[in-house]
Structure formats: C-alpha cells, structure tokens
Design a protein around this ligand. Structure first.
Ligand SMILES: NC(=O)c1ccc[n+]([C@@H]2O[C@H](COP(=O)([O-])OP(=O)(O)OC[C@H]3O[C@@H](n4cnc5c(N)ncnc54)[C@H](OP(=O)(O)O)[C@@H]3O)[C@@H](O)[C@H]2O)c1
Length: 295
C-alpha cells in the first residue's frame, strides 16, 4: 500500500512517520514539500502520487493566535482537508484526518461521544469543525479521528512547558477546571497504524463500511492541574526541579484570547467497538513517554 503522510513534522506527524513504513511505501511531506495553503499543489501531488491512503497530520494549531488569524486557520483546517478528501474520493484512496475535542463547548459533565452536539467556543474549534463538514461533503471513505491534548516530548507541548516551568519557579499555578484526555502522540500514531494494519488486505471496502467520525484519545481523563502533578512526579530529573508548591487555579486567573471548553473529555468506545483497539491509560502513556524520552 502506498501512503502519503501530510504534515510529517508536527507532534503527531513525527510519530506517524516512524510507524507508517511498517504498512508499505510511505511518502512523508512537510510544509517544504507540500504547503497545504497551495490547493493546486495538494491536487497535483496527490493525483501524481496516487496513494491508497492519505493521512493528514497538518493543521493550524495555535489556538490563541487563531482568534486573529481567522482566515489562515480556516484555509488550513477547513479548506485544505476538504480538498484532500475530494482527491481521495476521486482517486479511490482512504483519507484519515484528525480533529479535536474543541468542537465541543465543554458544558457536559460526562465524556462526549460522536453523537453529541458540537458547539465550538473558539476560532480554532470552528475551523476544525468546518474541516470535518467539508470532508463529509467531499469525501467518500474517510476516518475523522477527534483527539485531545496531544503531547510529545519534542517541541513545545504542555509536558515540556511544565518541566521548563518547574526548573525556574518555586510555585506553579496550573488550571484545575479544564478537563480532558492527555494523549501521547506516539500512542495515537501507533493505534492509527494498527487500525490500518488489521484492515490492510482491502482497506477501501473495509474503511468504507466504517467511514465516519471517531473519538480517539488517551484512556481516562483529568485536569491540567492533576496532569501537571503527574508530569512532575514522573520527571526522571526531579532533582533539577525548583518547584515546591503546585497550586490549582481557575481558568479565570489566566485569561487567554481564545475561550477553551472546560470539560471536553472524549468517550472513545465507538473506536474500540469498531476496531477492537483501545488507547493506553493517560497515566501509563505519560510514564512510558517520560521514561523513554530520557534514554
Ligand atoms: N495538539 C493538540 O493538543 C491537539 C488536540 C486535539 C486535536 N489536535 C489535532 O491533531 C492533529 C495533530 O496535531 P499536532 O499537535 O501534531 O499539531 P502540530 O504539532 O502543531 O503540527 C501541525 C503540523 O502542521 C504543519 N502545517 C501547518 N501549516 C501548514 C501548511 N500551510 N502546510 C503544510 N503543513 C503545515 C506544521 O508544519 P511546521 O512544522 O512546518 O510548522 C506542523 O508540522 C491536528 O489535526 C490537530 O488539530 C491536536
């Protein structure tokens, strides 16, 4: 199977790039090879390469900046995925795309399932929801995997931020009223690959039957405050921490340009029932991620 991965350098893209070659020939494209703002280039590249599977890990993910870069967020998160889905349809390819828990307003008190009403609070969430709608309209055989709170030990993830803050501060204030599922990018990349691997013999027909939206995030959910405490507890270089106190605070204490849903945990049962696979608990994944990253 020929696979085209778009967005190979992001948190998730970097992990997908490591595991997808197990499935067949992979052509991984970063912004330099394919700028998704160039819609003609998307069409030309995908039509030339004729992959059986297109995976889009590219996105505009600057949630606060999106409030003022509305057009850019819309082009990358809404228009570009629609075009990818359209080409996938025309060329008989399966299209896999990632969306977000921020399509919800966070007013629920139990984990969101795929049938719950969407109501994004910010520009990023609105642009991602439009992306979903464009894929549904243009696409044929697609999986839209809604995930949440992705982290990797590379780059500027929440995990790395907490580690950095812990080296420079005696007191850390972390919001305790935002709740969702921390999701290790590697675990998400691996489960995506497993879902494809088990259906590799005839992906187009099998994924056609299973086409749709799925929630897929680390098992269990927690607050940013509890997550930060676990990050510090799992830090293999704990002796470098200056921090003595970690204080729970409300989101009101840290106003941000973009509103965020307070409770956006995702219920991932549909994915497990359909594919027979489930994500590791967020605690186990974090432990593994933090031990491996220092090896
Ligand atoms: N991060 C989260 O907490 C989170 C939560 C829920 C859902 N998601 C979704 O999960 C997916 C993966 O997220 P992530 O955390 O891996 O994102 P990320 O680390 O921000 O990576 C996004 C990638 O998209 C690329 N990109 C942006 N604009 C582009 C353009 N014009 N042309 C080509 N590539 C472009 C970036 O390229 P450069 O490397 O060149 O900048 C980057 O490599 C996204 O769909 C995101 O919306 C993320």
């Amino acid at each position: 199977m020929k696979i085209v991965l778009i967005g190979k350098n992001g948190q998730l893209g970097s992990e997908l790039r490591q595991v997808l070659p197990a499935l067949g020939e992979m052509i991984a494209l970063g912004r330099d090879e394919l700028d998704v703002l160039d819609y003609l280039a998307i069409q030309k590249t995908l039509i030339e390469l004729q992959p059986g599977l297109i995976i889009n890990a590219s996105a505009y993910t600057e949630v606060d900046l999106a409030e003022t870069q509305i057009d850019l967020a819309e082009k990358i998160n809404a228009q570009a995925p629609g075009i990818m889905a359209e080409i996938a349809h025309k060329t008989n390819a399966v299209f896999i795309h990632y969306s977000t828990d921020y399509v919800f307003d966070g007013k629920k008190h139990t984990p969101y399932s795929e049938t719950d009403l969407t109501h994004p609070l910010n520009v990023y969430g609105k642009s991602k929801l439009k992306g979903e709608e464009n894929i549904k309209q243009a696409g044929d055989v697609y999986l839209i995997l809604r995930t949440s709170w992705i982290y990797s030990l590379r780059g500027n993830s929440f995990v790395n931020k907490v580690l950095r803050w812990s080296r420079g501060n005696k007191i850390l204030k972390i919001v305790s009223d935002q709740i969702s599922n921390p999701t290790w990018a590697r675990a998400l990349a691996e489960i995506t690959t497993q879902a494809i691997a088990t259906n590799k013999s005839n992906p187009l027909d099998i994924f056609r039957e299973r086409s749709g939206i799925y929630h897929l995030a680390g098992s269990g959910y927690t607050s940013r405050y509890e997550w930060a405490k676990q990050i510090l507890a799992n830090d293999p270089k704990r002796t470098e921490q200056l921090v003595q106190t970690i204080e729970p605070v409300s989101s009101d204490e840290f106003p941000t340009p973009a509103m965020r849903p307070l409770f956006s945990a995702l219920n991932c049962e549909k994915f497990t029932e359909t594919f027979g696979l489930h994500m590791p608990s967020w605690e186990n994944a974090l432990r593994k991620a933090m031990s491996e990253s220092y090896v």
